[in-house]
Design a protein around this ligand. Structure first.
Ligand SMILES: [Mn+2]
Length: 316
């Protein structure tokens, strides 16, 4: 039976859009000739679903993003350690034991979690080979690159798509690309991205900006960029000038807020003895054990928190 399906996903994220494409492929295998709508969601200071009105007649699904307490969110699959906005949301999830609400923070990408659990629990057999997406989603989401240079190298098609998504392209374009992802190779899709040439050029410029402006405070690379859209930078670029520094804290001005990103250097020799996702959560943000982000309403609030976090990281 054809249905209207609405898929919510983590916006501007390779794993997020790939998860949306896999979920669409899964729902299309259950409901032939269905219509699909996609909505990207991002972290902010407020509850992400505060203004959300779900259509109960739609099949609603949310992937790679926070738990939605609304009963009409029929599917929810996430792997973020900060999946629950509040303890109340977490209790709801635990009480309901809804088999269509799947959470496993031990899996490196949401694409992998969706593919494995829908195969085991719902006998899902995708009619498209998502292996390449799964490999790159895990690599990008967990920053599993061999060097800071590899992390900022935009030659692989998946890296082009990830950089393009970070540049916050308009919804209409992202929508078109998600619809291609379950049908075409990453190589093919990477050639369809509007403005990708400029993005590759900009990346080169940003990496040289970081080389000039980033400073080392103890074990932490600290970088601030107040230029427009600077938060589109690949945060791993911060380790290009300081490949040995264990941590980085970058701050960027975006849409009236200051976005702070905190990360553990995956090439650093030491062991990360601190959970960065938890630190970010304590400031109202979220993330994974090795990387996280926080939004602040003013530069003053951000700067106080940055100093505290730098001290915390230096003492860890
Ligand atoms: Mn993810």
């Amino acid at each position: 039976m054809a249905k209207n399906c609405h898929i919510y996903y983590h916006a501007h994220c390779f794993d997020g859009v790939s998860s949306a494409a896999v979920m669409a492929n899964f729902l299309a295998s259950r409901f032939a000739n269905s219509d699909f709508q996609f909505t990207g969601l991002g972290y902010s200071l407020e509850h992400p679903y505060k203004n959300l009105v779900l259509d109960p007649d739609c099949v609603n699904a949310c992937v790679d993003f926070r738990f939605c307490p609304d009963k009409d969110m029929h599917w929810w699959i996430d792997h973020h350690i900060s999946a629950f906005f509040s303890p109340e949301d977490q209790s709801l999830f635990e009480e309901r034991k809804d088999p269509q609400h799947i959470f496993d923070p031990t899996i490196r990408s949401c694409v992998e979690l969706i593919l494995s659990r829908l195969a085991s629990d719902y006998q899902y057999e995708p009619n498209f080979k998502f292996a390449e997406f799964m490999r790159w989603a895990a690599k990008i989401d967990s920053a599993d690159f061999s060097s800071p240079h590899e992390a900022v190298d935009l030659s692989p098609p998946a890296m082009k798509l990830a950089a393009w998504l970070r540049s916050k392209p308009c919804n209409e374009h992202v929508d078109k690309i998600i619809r291609q992802l379950g049908h075409q190779s990453l190589e093919h899709v990477s050639r369809l991205l509007p403005g990708i040439k400029e993005i590759c050029k900009k990346q080169t410029t940003m990496v040289s900006e970081v080389r000039q402006k980033a400073e080392l405070r103890g074990n932490v690379v600290v970088y601030h960029d107040s230029s427009e859209n600077a938060d589109t930078i690949n945060k791993l670029a911060l380790y290009v000038p300081f490949p040995e520094a264990p941590f980085s804290v970058g701050s960027y001005v975006s849409e009236g807020e200051v976005k702070v990103s905190v990360g553990y250097n995956p090439w650093s020799k030491g062991i990360c003895g601190i959970n960065i996702g938890t630190i970010c959560q304590s400031y109202g943000g979220g993330g994974h054990p090795y990387v996280g982000g926080i939004s602040f309403a003013t530069p003053e609030l951000a700067s106080v928190a940055i100093n505290e976090i730098v001290t915390l990281l230096n003492n860890s």
